[in-house]
Design a protein around this ligand. Structure first.
Ligand code: NAD
Length: 306
């Protein structure tokens, strides 16, 4: 048994809440909590649990006595990690919980692009039989460029092998050797990947180095028949440059789960017929949310046990 007060600021799966309760923790579940209420009440809690909605700003951290800030998911973009570290608050996340969910979505987006599924669906439901316009392409035999070969990048690589795709990978840090020998991935520099891939899927973190990694110059290196898929973070693509490339036929299409501003405001980009969009649903599966909440609960209990 452990003791402590936990403030859950965003909606999270019950499984983790139940296991924290069983361990003896007192839980306040406030998935709609506003920023001012958070600042006013945060001092009463040992643990602050968030997903992506709540911003754990320096102001929140300064007002808190917490030992742990827990993000049920991966990205720590909504937590001021530096401010937390300065107060010796542990910041934890569940980096692997969503890997399968995001990789499956990326595969789904690739097939959506290859077969024009969103347009086929919309037109068929309107009563338009546009079969002749819907000549697609196959994933089999195509080169998939994976930019950022971490957890998610490796999951999508294994899945893509089942579709008989060839893998090309770029990562400035060492890539898991077993994965390379298992999949036969060709490891290259970014320019070679851009020039040779039929599909490019991005799985990099959001950092100063990855901001606008896909700018006009890099997009111009891609094949005009290639597709770009982004399920990582919106900032890595210069959306205006992507719009120009797609509009001018320099790129066949793009599928985006994440945007520079969310919800996206770039109407020109969203209005293009060769763009497929989803509202940041990469991690939005029952299984991933349940796993993330269980993993976070276990980490919290372990840390509080000391
Ligand atoms: P990870 O840390 O396991 O992998 C990231 C990889 O990117 C690492 O191998 C790292 O070496 C590499 N990398 C770092 N800088 C790079 C650079 N400049 N160029 C190329 N590669 C670089 O992370 P992950 O779990 O695979 O997550 C990847 C991304 O997916 C993150 O941005 C994460 O926020 C995002 N994500 C999105 C959703 C969603 O809902 N769409 C859900 C979960 C994760």
């Amino acid at each position: 048994q452990v003791s402590g007060r936990v403030l859950v600021c965003d909606s999270i799966d019950r499984a983790g809440i139940d296991s924290m309760k069983r361990a003896g923790l007192a839980i306040d579940y406030k998935p709609e909590i506003k920023a001012n209420e958070l600042v006013a009440t945060v001092k009463d809690y040992d643990v602050i649990v968030v997903r992506s909605r709540t911003k754990v700003t320096k102001e929140v951290i300064d007002a808190s006595n917490a030992k742990i800030i827990a993000r049920v998911g991966v990205g720590l973009d909504n937590v001021d990690v530096k401010a937390a570290e300065a107060k010796k608050i542990r910041v934890i996340n569940a980096p692997e919980a969503a890997s399968v969910a995001v990789a499956e979505l990326a595969i789904g987006l690739m097939i959506s692009l290859a077969r024009n599924i969103p347009r086929a669906d919309a037109e068929t439901k309107k009563g338009n039989w546009i079969k002749k316009d819907l000549m697609g392409t196959q994933l089999s035999g195509k080169y998939l460029g994976i930019v950022g070969v971490g957890n998610i990048g490796r999951h999508i690589g294994r899945m893509a092998k089942a579709f008989h795709m060839n893998l090309i990978g770029y990562d400035p840090y060492p890539i898991n050797k077993e994965f390379i020998s298992e999949t036969g991935m060709i490891v290259t520099d970014l320019n070679t990947l851009l020039e040779s891939a039929d599909y490019i899927t991005c799985h990099v973190p959001s950092t100063p180095e990855t901001k606008h990694m896909f700018n006009a110059e890099r997009l111009a290196k891609m094949k005009p028949t290639a597709y770009l898929v982004n399920t990582s973070r919106g900032e890595i693509i210069d959306e205006n440059a992507l719009y120009e490339a797609l509009k001018n036929g320099k790129l066949a299409g793009a599928a985006l789960d994440v945007f520079e501003v969310e919800p996206p405001t770039n109407k020109l980009l969203l209005g293009l017929p060769n763009v497929v969009c989803t509202p940041h649903i990469g991690a939005q599966t029952k299984e991933a949310q349940e796993l993330a909440s269980i993993v976070i609960a276990e980490k919290i209990i372990q840390i509080l046990r000391g």
